[in-house]
Ligand binder design. Structure first.
Ligand SMILES: [Zn+2]
Length: 414
């Protein structure tokens, strides 16, 4: 039985029950019970639709269809984990769209309208979001050799649980999962998480470049003391120091033209976090992104100067540790051309777009020929329960991904 568009929407609604939140979103941080529930749902879906499941040591989940034993794989997918109190579409849409595209390509092979040159696998990359276990893009970073497996497995969340423990203490891996050297192509579709497409009324974004990003862990170290009795001139208030830095990070963007620099501090751990005690230490993240590497480099320099000023003013010590960065890198032009040709054939409107957010394809594109597609996000809202992609846009994306995947699997990009 061929899968219909209605079935896609019904499956998406059913999957969205996993980790559902009262405001209509989901909360499925990596390797939490909610993430495991979603993975189990997807595992069942794969089994019902003829895929063989395998999971690698970092928890990347594959639905494999080996058509030509020994031949390389075309991977298609995204991620099922989410930020806390997030939307239903970020990542999860791309995994289910990938599963539907793969199923439809397999139908074409059965109908003998497509002659495969490669095997096909759907993938759910582990811990794309990095909210519980930093850094983000963890599963695809291990897969592409950018992050050692042991280091990823030993990463702890804020209550001390390791990735290895959260994944089930070594019991997660099973089956012969594909490895990087066996992958011929990768394709991913994702919601835009911005409003370029919606503002211009265009169906599809062909992702041709990433914004550059630099992320840091910042520790502000002060001295614990009494909030009432300690003289103001004696205080070394880590939370005050942190607040100066938060303001400096935000105000950095005012030094550049609008849209040239995005910055945030979005996470804060305060010790001892007690009402009558001046904070001795604050740990927080700093996230800087730009569509121009020169702007980002200038921002990083300016930030160092301002952090030193904040340090002196608050009488604290500030330690800045880079945690994750990527440059302004192009997606393979051949993949953009393939997607453009496929969109044209289906009569979809399209435009080249940069991605501001990181994606698993950001990793994959550096090592295998990769195609990355966007569908519109209503009002550009993401990492929020209100995140929405309209059904028509979601279904158009599945159609295009099917066409792209078919061309990749048949080895016929034209
Ligand atoms: Zn995502």
């Amino acid at each position: 039985m061929k899968l219909t568009d209605e079935q896609f929407l019904a499956d998406f609604a059913e999957m969205s029950v996993c980790g559902a939140t009262p405001g209509g979103g989901v909360d499925r941080q990596a390797a939490t019970p909610e993430d495991h529930k979603t993975r189990a749902w997807f595992s069942g879906w794969l089994a019902r639709h003829g895929f063989t499941e395998s999971v690698d040591a970092i928890g990347n989940q594959f639905g494999m269809c080996e058509l030509l034993p020994g031949r390389p794989w075309v991977l298609v997918g995204s991620h099922l984990d989410s930020q806390p109190l997030a939307g239903r579409y970020d990542g999860a849409y791309g995994v289910l769209a990938g599963a539907y595209a793969a199923t439809r390509v397999l139908d074409q092979i059965t109908d003998q309208t497509l002659n495969p040159q490669f095997n096909v696998a759907v993938v759910n990359w582990f811990n794309e979001e990095g909210s519980r276990f930093a850094p983000s893009l963890m599963g695809s970073s291990v897969f592409t050799g950018k992050l050692p497996l042991e280091k990823a497995l030993a990463t702890r969340d804020h209550v001390g649980v390791t990735v290895a423990e959260a994944l089930g203490g070594g019991t997660v891996a099973h089956g012969p999962a594909p490895t990087l050297s066996e992958v011929a192509h990768y394709a991913e579709i994702h919601i835009e998480q911005g409003r370029v497409l919606e503002d211009s009324g265009i169906n599809i974004g062909l992702v041709d470049r990433t914004w550059a990003a630099s992320k840091y862990r910042v520790r502000v170290v002060g001295s614990q003391s009494h909030t009432g009795s300690t003289r103001m001139e004696d205080r070394q208030d880590a939370l005050y120091g942190a607040s100066l830095i938060i303001t400096a990070v935000r105000e950095l963007t005012e030094e550049f033209e609008p849209g040239r620099l995005h910055s945030s501090v979005s996470e804060l751990y305060v010790l001892p976090n007690s009402p009558v005690t001046v904070a001795r230490e604050v740990t927080m993240n700093v996230d800087l992104r730009s569509p121009d590497e020169a702007v980002l480099a200038r921002a990083v320099e300016m930030l160092a100067v301002r952090v030193a000023e904040c340090e002196a003013r608050s009488r604290t010590r500030v330690l800045v540790e880079p945690t994750h960065s990527w440059g302004l890198l192009a997606y393979p032009p051949a993949g953009v051309a393939l997607a453009r040709s496929a969109a044209r054939e289906l009569g979809l409107s399209y435009t080249e777009v940069m991605t501001v957010a990181g994606h698993d394809s950001t990793n994959l594109k550096d090592v295998v020929p990769t195609v990355m597609l966007f569908v519109p996000s209503v009002a550009g809202i993401s990492h929020n329960e209100m995140e929405l992609t309209r059904d028509g846009d979601a279904l158009r994306g599945v159609r295009l991904l099917t066409e792209v995947l078919g061309r990749l699997v048949s080895g016929n990009p034209a």
